[in-house]
Write a protein that binds this ligand. Structure first.
Ligand code: BTN
Length: 247
């Protein structure tokens, strides 16, 4: 796929700009990049801290020709692309379901996928934030987040990361759209995530907290969590937390 990159100095949110452009009929592959975001958004309405030049703030417009049930695989696909981007610069990341990219259990990148109707069908906006520096992390992020600068000795610019990222996105998006795409994406995800199976986790849902051991993914990317009594919860969306043994 061809990517067309539009770079801004400052935006409220690259996802919001990409949604706007998609609704106006932009082509698939339009990428919105900003040096700074004043209203960077995370999942569940959280804020994504987006100081100037402290991270990659990137959103791409996709028009997937996928059966609706497989749309959630787009976020897994993006997580794989971010994982491989970081590995290419010498970082060994993990992916926490659904798409938090971690290094030594600290978050280095987050992905926010949003859908919108456009004049020519459904578009999915995949927004990716990658922390480059930690100098502006607010106190609550210091313990839970990390950044490229703290993981590799050489300086890596946002432009370099975007060049690598778009190459991996193009590859895995093409794979997802291919004949056997969905199971192949699941297999790639499994190979890159310690959360695929055997991890003791707690998942906060709206009305329930599920605690159990991860037990693979469903064909649409949903996470299976086996409870102590043997029953399996199928998680379509939610925040997963690793549970550590005490003592
Ligand atoms: C999360 O982990 O909750 C997802 C964070 C996604 C942040 C990125 S930064 C680029 C794009 N624009 C936004 O406003 N959010 C995404």
């Amino acid at each position: 796929m061809e990517f067309n990159i539009l770079t801004f100095d400052i935006l409220d949110s690259t996802n919001s700009e990409a949604l706007k452009q998609a609704r106006k009929g932009s082509d698939e592959g339009l990428c919105i990049v900003a040096r700074q975001q004043t209203g960077g958004r995370g999942r569940y309405g959280r804020t994504w801290v987006s100081e100037r030049d402290a991270g990659v703030y990137f959103s791409v417009v996709l028009k997937p020709r996928l059966e609706v049930e497989y749309l959630p695989l787009i976020t897994l696909m993006a997580g794989i692309a971010v994982h491989d981007t970081l590995r290419e610069i010498g970082i060994e990341p993990d992916i926490k379901w659904v798409n938090d990219v971690l290094v030594n259990e600290r978050k280095i990148s987050g992905i926010l996928a949003e859908t919108t109707e456009t004049p020519n069908g459904l578009a999915v906006i995949v927004g990716i934030g990658i922390n480059l520096t930690s100098t502006n992390f607010p106190p609550d992020l210091v313990a839970t987040a990390t950044c490229v600068e703290d993981c590799v000795p050489a300086e890596v610019t946002a432009d370099k990361l975007i060049e690598i990222l778009t190459r991996h996105l193009s590859h895995f998006y093409g794979l997802l759209a291919s004949d056997n795409g969905p199971p192949e994406i699941l297999e790639h995800w499994q190979r890159r995530s310690s959360y695929f199976d055997g991890k003791v986790v707690r998942v906060m849902l709206e009305n329930e907290t599920v605690t159990g051991t991860t037990d693979g993914l469903e064909s649409n990317g949903a996470l299976r969590v086996k409870r102590g009594d043997g029953s399996v919860a199928v998680i379509q969306a939610g925040d997963v937390e690793q549970v550590r043994a005490v003592g």
